[in-house]
Design a protein around this ligand. Structure first.
Ligand code: ADE
Ligand code: ZN
Length: 349
């Protein structure tokens, strides 16, 4: 209710602050663990770069982010990333990602990027990492949230290419890199767990964490392989694990967190409606779940919005909301100091 004493005639009398649901969810201390740099392009920027390069876009700017499904979406990433051909553009994109984090009250993010999409940078992973790092450092200096990088394989790459990437990461040893990842279209690639097992084993030996896209374009079998063959510390999506109760039990027992992206799964047609999305069933079964945006600019998602959507659809209380945010922080590859700071802030929310 309004405080009738607080009138415009008496500005010294503060109007009581009634935070909206969005304000409260923005203030919720949280991390994001499933977010692609490739998914952070603004349509206006892409149109500008395309004009400068004389490249034709497939659709007008206002329809640019209209996708028929995952395959169409992944094809678009090659085009968009191909336009980020200079260090300045890459640094600006990285800086903009951190602004997006701050806008949602996100305290830290593990950011996935897949070198195969960035044609202008092929064979130059070191300089590419430096360009992104410059954007992230500038953001940190401006008080924006910190970021760790998860360098990703594409599901359609070969075993040799996968091992080569891991060995290159070992040679470069870039301090911004925290993990090896694999993403892309499992439906197009078939069962590829065995193909990537050696690369993931080596990544572990080199001190990298491991995160695996599975159970989005694959069924539960992809999630089993992520656990058994790729020794995933965390699974990106993983939602189709719900189709196998033994797998749900295993994820819960081993406390393997899922980085779930409800809006992405709706836009890319993994589920027809939020009511049919299994995030709540997985959570209620004891699986550790976090909420994430996947490709926020391209898919029209925001992190505060993902929390709002689940609270509204599944009746999540503040206690449940806090536990999901807690998982996001604990499941992240942030430093112990950052985790402690965010977890303390979460207790005060
Ligand atoms: N790369 C970017 N977004 C992706 C997604 N949702 N699934 C697989 N690969 C991706
Ligand atoms: Zn993803």
């Amino acid at each position: 209710m309004c405080n009738t004493d607080a009138s415009p005639q008496n500005p010294a009398m503060a109007t009581p602050f009634h935070p909206t649901e969005h304000d409260r969810l923005k203030a919720l201390p949280k991390a994001e663990v499933h977010l692609h740099l490739e998914g952070c392009f603004e349509a206006r920027t892409l149109a500008q770069w395309a004009r400068a390069e004389g490249v034709a876009l497939p659709r007008p700017e206002e329809d640019l982010f209209r996708f028929s499904g995952l395959a169409d979406f992944l094809g678009f990433l090659d085009l968009a990333c191909g336009l980020a051909s200079t260090a300045e553009r890459l640094a600006a994109l990285s800086y903009g990602l951190c602004q997006r984090l701050a806008d949602n009250g996100t305290g830290y993010a593990d950011v996935i990027f897949n070198p195969t999409h960035w044609q202008a940078w092929h064979g130059r992973l070191g300089p590419m990492l430096d360009a992104m790092d410059a954007g992230f450092k500038a953001a940190e200096q401006d008080g924006l949230p910190g970021v760790g990088l998860c360098v990703s394989l594409l599901r359609t790459q070969s075993a040799d290419e996968a091992v080569e990437l891991v060995e290159t990461l070992r040679d470069i040893r870039h301090p911004r890199v925290v993990a090896l990842s694999v993403d892309g279209n499992e439906a197009a690639a078939g069962r590829t767990g065995p193909r990537f097992a050696e690369a993931f084993r080596r990544a572990g030996r080199h001190g990298l964490r491991r995160t695996v896209h599975a159970g989005e374009s694959s069924g539960p079998e992809g999630v089993w392989d992520a656990v058994n063959l790729l020794e995933a510390d965390r699974i990106d999506h993983g939602v189709r694990a719900i189709e196998d109760s033994a797998l749900v039990g295993l994820l819960a027992e081993r406390r393997i967190p899922l980085g779930i992206c409800p809006t992405s799964n709706l836009v890319l047609r993994v589920y027809p409606s939020i009511e049919e999305h299994p995030v709540e069933k997985l959570r209620a079964a004891g699986v550790r779940v976090s909420l994430n945006t996947d490709d926020p600019a391209l898919l029209g998602a925001s992190l505060a919005g993902e929390y709002a959507l689940c609270r509204q659809t599944f009746g999540w209380t503040d206690e449940i909301t806090r536990s999901v945010a807690r998982t996001s922080i604990e499941a992240s590859f942030a430093s112990p100091a950052v985790k402690t700071r965010l977890l303390q802030a979460l207790d005060d929310w």
